[in-house]
Design a protein around this ligand. Sequence first.
Ligand SMILES: [Zn+2]
Length: 167
Amino acid sequence: MATRPITVLGEAVLHQKAKRVPQVDGSIRRLVEDMIETMHENSGVGLAAPQVGVPLRVVVIGIPGEEVITLINPEIVKRSGERRVVEGCLSVPGYWAEVTRSVSVTVKGRDLQGRQVRIKAKDDLLAQALEHEIDHVNGVLYIDHLESMDELRKTATETEGEGAAEL
Ligand SMILES: [Zn+2]
């Protein structure tokens, strides 16, 4: 396992649609191990492969106190409701903002063993993380959901955002 450098806003890989994983092989398993280590090293709650420079549809989510979830080729199959949440991103360091996310989210994808998995989350950090990470593999950052960059807050100067999850 090794940590990998995190890509930041402006790097092309973060702004393009990632490719589907045709088959879970050794290189994908190594990628996932490195992503989990990189996520933990940076105190993140989730990480998508484009955030370590790999244009593939792979995400990991590590809600504190819960087992890490790995999703290969994840897709949102259902979402409903709207809520406002505070959010940060390891690829947009030093900032946070309030964004609109769904209340409930259903996602399907495959795990590292290639088994089909379906995850339902409602009104929690997992629901937020699923939408944030699946946005990443579609080349979308949370700041793309803001009406104006004026809504972006600096972490260092506005303590209110200290609880914002870094995803
Ligand atoms: Zn992010």
